[in-house]
Design a protein around this ligand. Structure first.
Ligand SMILES: [Zn+2]
Length: 134
């Protein structure tokens, strides 16, 4: 999950919080983040579409070197997820035991706290993924 500066975060909030992407009405391909022009067929006939909350974990990586605002979460595991509509997104993996994590497992999107912004205490939320199997 990309962390955005405050102003653009609020502007983009509806897209990230709800995971609103877009679909091309000409070729049917779906995109996240949303696009205005289809990169596949060049059409501008695009409409917003909610992305599916389920997908498959393609691969993952454990990150131990992160900035101070992430300290409380370290180490962090990021996964590349292919949603059920074929769109690939990068997101943090949460709420799992190490033995659950395998490439190819089903995952489900959850909304979780991303970080707090300094003393103002603005709390950022965004999508993360958790295993959806025992
Ligand atoms: Zn298209």
């Amino acid at each position: 999950m990309m962390v955005l500066p405050t102003i653009s975060y609020w502007r983009a909030k509806r897209y990230y919080y709800n995971m609103v992407g877009s679909v091309c009405r000409s070729c049917g391909r779906e995109f996240f983040p949303p696009v205005k022009v289809c990169p596949v067929c060049g059409s501008r006939d695009i409409e917003q579409k909610l992305m599916p909350q389920m997908g498959r974990l393609i691969t993952y990586t454990i990150t131990r070197q992160l900035g101070s605002s992430f300290k409380r979460f370290r180490p962090i595991t990021f996964g590349l997820v292919e949603l059920d509509n074929g769109v690939k997104v990068l997101g943090q993996l949460v709420d799992f035991m190490d033995e659950q994590l395998r490439e190819g497992i089903r995952v489900r999107m959850v909304i979780r706290r991303l970080r707090e912004d300094g003393e103002d205490g603005v709390i950022f939320y965004g999508y993360k993924f958790t295993p959806d199997e025992p």
